[in-house]
Design a protein around this ligand. Sequence first.
Ligand SMILES: *Cc1c(COP(=O)(O)O)cnc(C)c1O
Length: 335
Amino acid sequence: MSVLDLRSDTVTRPSQAMRTAMAEAEVGDDVYGDDPTVNALEREVAELLGYEAGLFTPSGSMANQLGLRLLVKPGEELVCDRAAHVVRAELGAAAVFSGITTRTWDAPAGLLDPADVEAIITPNAGPHLVSTTAIAIENTHNFGGGTVQPLEAVRAVQQLAREHGIGLHLDGARLWNASVASGVALNELAAGFDTVSVCLSKGLGAPVGSVLVSSAERIAAARMWRKRYGGGMRQVGILAAAGSFALQNNLKRLAEDHDRAQRLAAALGLDPSRTPTNIVVVTVDNARAIAVAAAEQGLLVSALGPTFLRMVTHLDVDDDGIDRAIEILRPLVRG
Ligand SMILES: *Cc1c(COP(=O)(O)O)cnc(C)c1O
């Protein structure tokens, strides 16, 4: 029995064509700035998102954490929603590495509401209270169910941040999905932030890698912090080639993942508008029991809380795979 894996869109394996591109990549020592394939990828992503410069990192967490540390000094505060990846899934990295404190607002489905942000920020709070120096937004929102943030809401938060001199980070791990789903260009979705991170190893199917984009000055500082964190890599064009290949070949096809997620959501009796991209989240009585029962039938899903089940579509799952997932999950979820 082959295993069908819907735990995450990180589980994809590089295709033969991607492996060929990796094997043939021109490389050099990237810590010396000598790897042409890394340099090309960093330029390509920066251009695509409308920023001056980019930095290739081994993970999305590192890209996020480098961005945050550039914006927030020790003892200052980052605010974000309470299910944001930066506070929920990076194991306290902002506190551990950067001395950053965090406060969070509640965001049903991860949906951004400028009023929530306005209510929580405390800019220039003086000598007694913690000052907010950065706001982080996630687009699409992972634990919210692949939520695409409304552009007007993003613009309103950016306006608020500018008024108060607060920095802005975009966790755009799946910004690709937001762009494909909304039809809004990547550079428009990425505009108006100080730092933006994107992942190449999720829906795009590269085995490793994220990119942080920002001003040339900030990226130069991030490059030093990356080295300090042990993230200075050498002939890493082999991995950057996978990222460039992914951007060339696997970006537009994300629409297929979105269609399949819709089909799965509808079959499970969910409101299809709650599955705008490739992440299906469903509230169940016992998530772990369902995950175990599905695994016994060869389907892997994520139980991310006692009642929270997540399925993610990706380029290694085709229509037949979704049919099979529906067959297995429908009786388990709908009872
Ligand atoms: C996956 C993900 C990241 C980065 O995760 P890594 O495993 O560190 O690459 C960051 N933000 C969001 C929203 C994610 O889903």
